[in-house]
Ligand binder design. Structure first.
Ligand code: SF4
Length: 311
């Protein structure tokens, strides 16, 4: 069963009353997140004039934050675009299906709730004790793509943030033998859906603080009974530990994702090592006999040039 509700038009800056109580520190945090999202949108060309952006809302802190920030940015964006919040109710036991419609209506955003019992399918197909996440996310992805087409959405916005991207990078390096993360923007395998991650420059700890201040009606993420992947948990702990003990390290890793030097790695599909000979120009030169300069400079993504999306 599905339903689409167009909520009454309302200004995105006309925020619920509780925001008027926000402290200056909180308002600075909000501005900071808006700036980071604006930078990511501008850098990767995430949103264009006339886009219909379907924002996937799980009921967690990240997707609630994404929706709020996009609504606020739309007010002063240089382009005109529509936002439709979308939630997939997977019929997990105890899922409070009244919370999100009530929230969407309270902030006046157009929304669509899709109800599909993927929980029953997963329980039926996966033997007890085996991990259910891969089938569950495959099913979810198919439904999200189908819904985007039905809505005429030109972009699908997901709430993954900077730290999700870094965790994925390490997971792939530690267990997949690949330097690969989550891209800020990608096209689905069928070539028909463009997925964007506008929180790509946002730190999880900022999102956590923001979500607390906003008092979102968070829906627990463990209703399916599945445990968070143990390896991802270890990596999260490792990164949080680094962030405490070595300030700047996480920012540097995030910046590194934007500064890849193929000629100084070892992937022949990205750089033609075989045909390097005297006279070949190599990006960033010969560092064979140089020790890297330490400590590594900690460039901040906010230092990149100001574009039209930035506030
Ligand atoms: S944690 Fe639960 S809801 Fe999330 S992907 Fe895994 S099985 Fe699905």
């Amino acid at each position: 069963m599905e339903h689409v509700v167009a909520s009454p038009a309302r200004s995105a800056t006309d925020l619920p009353e509780k925001e008027s109580r926000f402290s200056n520190t909180f308002l600075r945090l909000k501005k900071h997140l808006e700036r980071k999202v604006g930078e990511a949108i501008g850098d990767y060309g995430m949103i264009a004039d006339g886009d219909v952006v379907m924002v996937c809302i799980s009921g967690g802190k990240d997707s609630f934050t994404l929706l709020s920030i996009l609504l606020a940015l739309r007010e002063r964006a240089p382009v005109d675009f529509r936002i439709v919040a979308m939630n997939l109710d997977q019929k997990q036991p105890g899922f409070p299906d009244e919370i999100l419609p009530a929230y969407f209506e309270s902030i006046g955003v157009e929304y669509k709730i899709v109800t599909e019992n993927t929980y029953a399918i997963v329980k039926d197909k996966i033997p007890e004790g085996k991990t259910t996440c891969s089938l569950c996310s495959r099913l979810r992805r198919g439904i999200i793509y189908r819904t985007a087409k039905e809505l005429g959405a030109t972009k699908i916005a997901l709430g993954h943030h900077r730290d999700d991207m870094i965790e994925t990078l390490f997971l792939n390096m530690f267990f997949g033998g690949k330097i690969k993360s989550m891209p800020p923007k990608l096209v689905s395998d069928d070539g028909e859906n463009v997925v964007i991650r506008p929180l790509a420059y946002c730190a999880e700890k900022d999102i956590e603080r923001f979500a607390r201040g906003m008092e979102y009606p968070i829906i627990p993420c463990n209703l399916c009974g599945s445990q968070e992947n143990a390896q991802r948990k270890h990596i999260k702990t490792m990164l949080r530990d680094w962030d405490t003990r070595f300030p700047g390290r996480i920012v540097s890793i995030a910046t590194a994702l934007k500064n890849v030097v193929p000629s100084h790695l070892a992937d022949s599909s990205l750089f033609d090592f075989r045909n390097v000979s005297s006279g070949t120009k190599v990006d960033q030169g010969d560092i064979v006999f140089d020790t890297p300069e330490l400590p590594v400079e900690q460039p901040d993504a906010s230092a990149i040039p100001i574009g039209i999306w930035r506030s």
